[in-house]
Design a protein. Structure first.
Length: 84
């Protein structure tokens, strides 16, 4: 890994796991028909996503740009655009 396994990337991976947990909890609330539980999990998820996305844009994306050679960065962008 070009950016290492500590610092900002470690924090971001931990947040990704938390986001996955919120999504799992949302599915569980739907399966239980728990509207209040769903609303709580949704609010918590939205709270985490705002900060998380801001950190990705301010820290992770520039770090990625600075560590990837131009050809790899172009391939990455092309791959990500394919997910639209």
């Amino acid at each position: 890994r070009l950016t290492g396994l500590t610092g900002p990337t470690l924090v971001m991976r931990e947040e990704h796991r938390a986001i996955e947990d919120f999504l799992t909890a949302l599915v569980d609330a739907v399966e239980r028909h728990d509207r209040a539980g769903f609303a709580r999990e949704k609010a918590d998820l939205i709270g985490v996503l705002g900060d998380h996305n801001a950190k990705e844009e301010a820290i992770v994306y520039p770090m990625t740009d600075s560590h990837l050679p131009d050809d790899e960065r172009r391939r990455l962008v092309a791959t990500l655009r394919g997910f639209r």
